[in-house]
Ligand binder design. Sequence first.
Ligand code: AMP
Length: 159
Amino acid sequence: MTTRSLILIKPDGVKRGLIGKIVERLERPGLKIIGMKMVWIDEDFSKKHYKEHVEKEFYKNLEKFIVSGPIVAIVVEGVEAVENVRKIVGDTEPYKALPGTIRGDFAHHHVEFTNREKKAVMNLIHASANKKEAEEEINLWFSESELHDYSTVHEDHVF
Ligand code: AMP
Protein backbone atom coordinates (compact mmCIF):
# COMPACT_ATOMS: atom_id res chain seq x y z
CA MET A 1 0.00 0.00 0.00
CA THR A 2 1.33 3.41 -0.91
CA THR A 3 0.78 6.54 1.16
CA ARG A 4 1.14 10.28 0.55
CA SER A 5 3.09 13.09 2.19
CA LEU A 6 3.18 16.88 1.84
CA ILE A 7 6.52 18.62 1.38
CA LEU A 8 6.97 22.38 1.33
CA ILE A 9 10.13 24.01 0.04
CA LYS A 10 10.04 27.06 2.30
CA PRO A 11 11.01 30.60 1.20
CA ASP A 12 14.69 30.01 2.14
CA GLY A 13 14.91 27.01 -0.20
CA VAL A 14 13.23 28.91 -3.04
CA LYS A 15 15.35 32.06 -2.59
CA ARG A 16 18.55 30.04 -2.32
CA GLY A 17 17.81 28.39 -5.68
CA LEU A 18 17.55 24.90 -4.19
CA ILE A 19 14.21 23.83 -5.71
CA GLY A 20 15.82 21.54 -8.29
CA LYS A 21 18.28 19.95 -5.85
CA ILE A 22 15.51 19.29 -3.31
CA VAL A 23 13.11 17.84 -5.88
CA GLU A 24 15.93 15.58 -7.08
CA ARG A 25 16.36 14.18 -3.54
CA LEU A 26 12.70 13.15 -3.61
CA GLU A 27 12.70 11.73 -7.13
CA ARG A 28 16.00 9.82 -6.85
CA PRO A 29 14.78 7.11 -4.44
CA GLY A 30 11.63 6.72 -6.55
CA LEU A 31 9.01 8.73 -4.68
CA LYS A 32 6.30 9.75 -7.12
CA ILE A 33 5.40 13.44 -7.40
CA ILE A 34 1.63 13.63 -7.86
CA GLY A 35 1.17 17.37 -7.24
CA MET A 36 3.40 20.45 -7.31
CA LYS A 37 2.82 24.22 -7.34
CA MET A 38 4.28 27.56 -6.18
CA VAL A 39 2.21 29.46 -3.62
CA TRP A 40 2.79 32.66 -1.63
CA ILE A 41 0.73 32.21 1.54
CA ASP A 42 -0.57 34.91 3.91
CA GLU A 43 -0.77 35.06 7.73
CA ASP A 44 -4.25 33.46 7.86
CA PHE A 45 -3.13 30.46 5.83
CA SER A 46 0.03 30.14 7.95
CA LYS A 47 -2.16 29.90 11.09
CA LYS A 48 -4.13 27.06 9.46
CA HIS A 49 -1.00 25.17 8.41
CA TYR A 50 0.82 25.67 11.73
CA LYS A 51 -2.30 25.38 13.92
CA GLU A 52 -0.45 23.35 16.58
CA HIS A 53 2.26 26.04 16.89
CA VAL A 54 0.14 29.24 16.84
CA GLU A 55 0.24 29.67 20.63
CA LYS A 56 3.95 28.89 20.96
CA GLU A 57 6.58 31.52 21.64
CA PHE A 58 8.46 30.90 18.38
CA TYR A 59 5.32 31.20 16.20
CA LYS A 60 5.67 34.95 15.50
CA ASN A 61 9.13 34.47 13.96
CA LEU A 62 7.95 31.37 12.10
CA GLU A 63 4.97 33.21 10.57
CA LYS A 64 7.07 36.21 9.52
CA PHE A 65 9.45 33.84 7.75
CA ILE A 66 6.88 31.57 6.09
CA VAL A 67 5.00 34.51 4.48
CA SER A 68 8.25 36.20 3.35
CA GLY A 69 8.31 34.62 -0.13
CA PRO A 70 6.84 31.90 -2.30
CA ILE A 71 6.77 28.25 -1.27
CA VAL A 72 6.88 25.20 -3.54
CA ALA A 73 4.28 22.70 -2.33
CA ILE A 74 4.69 19.07 -3.36
CA VAL A 75 2.69 15.90 -2.76
CA VAL A 76 4.57 12.63 -3.10
CA GLU A 77 3.29 9.09 -3.07
CA GLY A 78 5.28 5.97 -2.19
CA VAL A 79 5.76 3.06 0.18
CA GLU A 80 5.73 4.59 3.70
CA ALA A 81 5.99 8.02 2.06
CA VAL A 82 5.75 10.03 5.31
CA GLU A 83 8.59 8.15 7.04
CA ASN A 84 10.72 8.02 3.88
CA VAL A 85 10.39 11.77 3.35
CA ARG A 86 11.31 12.52 6.98
CA LYS A 87 14.40 10.32 6.60
CA ILE A 88 15.43 12.18 3.41
CA VAL A 89 14.75 15.61 4.99
CA GLY A 90 16.56 15.02 8.32
CA ASP A 91 16.17 16.50 11.80
CA THR A 92 14.20 19.76 12.27
CA GLU A 93 17.35 21.42 13.59
CA PRO A 94 19.92 21.62 10.78
CA TYR A 95 22.71 21.29 13.41
CA LYS A 96 21.40 17.81 14.30
CA ALA A 97 20.49 16.75 10.75
CA LEU A 98 22.94 14.17 9.42
CA PRO A 99 25.02 14.66 6.27
CA GLY A 100 23.18 13.09 3.36
CA THR A 101 19.86 14.59 4.47
CA ILE A 102 18.55 17.76 2.80
CA ARG A 103 18.80 19.86 5.97
CA GLY A 104 22.18 18.34 6.94
CA ASP A 105 23.64 19.04 3.51
CA PHE A 106 22.30 22.58 3.01
CA ALA A 107 22.15 24.19 6.48
CA HIS A 108 23.99 24.00 9.82
CA HIS A 109 22.51 26.37 12.46
CA HIS A 110 20.59 25.40 15.60
CA VAL A 111 17.40 26.51 17.38
CA GLU A 112 19.27 28.27 20.19
CA PHE A 113 20.98 30.50 17.61
CA THR A 114 17.82 31.36 15.68
CA ASN A 115 15.82 32.06 18.87
CA ARG A 116 18.54 34.42 20.06
CA GLU A 117 18.49 36.19 16.68
CA LYS A 118 14.64 36.31 16.80
CA LYS A 119 14.50 34.43 13.51
CA ALA A 120 12.72 31.26 12.44
CA VAL A 121 14.64 28.01 12.04
CA MET A 122 15.31 28.31 8.31
CA ASN A 123 15.41 24.59 7.66
CA LEU A 124 14.36 24.62 3.97
CA ILE A 125 11.56 22.07 4.19
CA HIS A 126 8.32 21.23 5.90
CA ALA A 127 7.40 17.55 5.80
CA SER A 128 4.25 15.97 7.24
CA ALA A 129 4.88 14.35 10.64
CA ASN A 130 2.52 11.37 10.32
CA LYS A 131 -0.17 9.88 8.05
CA LYS A 132 -3.06 11.76 9.69
CA GLU A 133 -1.25 15.10 9.44
CA ALA A 134 -0.30 14.28 5.84
CA GLU A 135 -3.95 13.79 4.83
CA GLU A 136 -5.02 17.00 6.61
CA GLU A 137 -2.18 19.02 5.09
CA ILE A 138 -2.74 17.68 1.56
CA ASN A 139 -6.41 18.67 1.85
CA LEU A 140 -5.42 22.15 3.03
CA TRP A 141 -2.86 22.78 0.27
CA PHE A 142 -4.26 20.91 -2.76
CA SER A 143 -7.62 20.32 -4.40
CA GLU A 144 -8.39 16.84 -5.80
CA SER A 145 -8.00 18.13 -9.38
CA GLU A 146 -4.40 19.23 -8.63
CA LEU A 147 -3.34 15.67 -7.75
CA HIS A 148 -2.52 13.42 -10.70
CA ASP A 149 -2.85 9.69 -11.29
CA TYR A 150 -0.19 8.24 -13.62
CA SER A 151 2.39 5.44 -13.71
CA THR A 152 6.13 5.95 -13.22
CA VAL A 153 8.82 3.55 -14.43
CA HIS A 154 9.47 2.65 -10.78
CA GLU A 155 6.00 1.14 -10.48
CA ASP A 156 6.72 -1.07 -13.49
CA HIS A 157 10.45 -1.85 -12.99
CA VAL A 158 11.88 -0.96 -9.57
CA PHE A 159 9.68 -1.94 -6.61
P1 AMP B 1 7.34 21.14 12.73
O1 AMP B 1 5.84 21.20 12.80
O2 AMP B 1 7.97 20.30 13.80
O3 AMP B 1 7.86 20.90 11.34
O4 AMP B 1 7.83 22.60 13.10
C1 AMP B 1 7.50 23.64 12.27
C2 AMP B 1 8.58 24.64 12.28
O5 AMP B 1 8.57 25.37 13.48
C3 AMP B 1 9.99 24.07 12.17
O6 AMP B 1 10.35 23.77 10.86
C4 AMP B 1 10.80 25.18 12.75
O7 AMP B 1 11.03 26.19 11.76
C5 AMP B 1 9.87 25.73 13.83
N1 AMP B 1 10.15 25.17 15.15
C6 AMP B 1 9.81 23.97 15.62
N2 AMP B 1 10.23 23.80 16.89
C7 AMP B 1 10.86 24.97 17.22
C8 AMP B 1 11.51 25.45 18.41
N3 AMP B 1 11.59 24.71 19.53
N4 AMP B 1 12.03 26.70 18.39
C9 AMP B 1 11.94 27.46 17.28
N5 AMP B 1 11.34 27.06 16.13
C10 AMP B 1 10.81 25.85 16.12
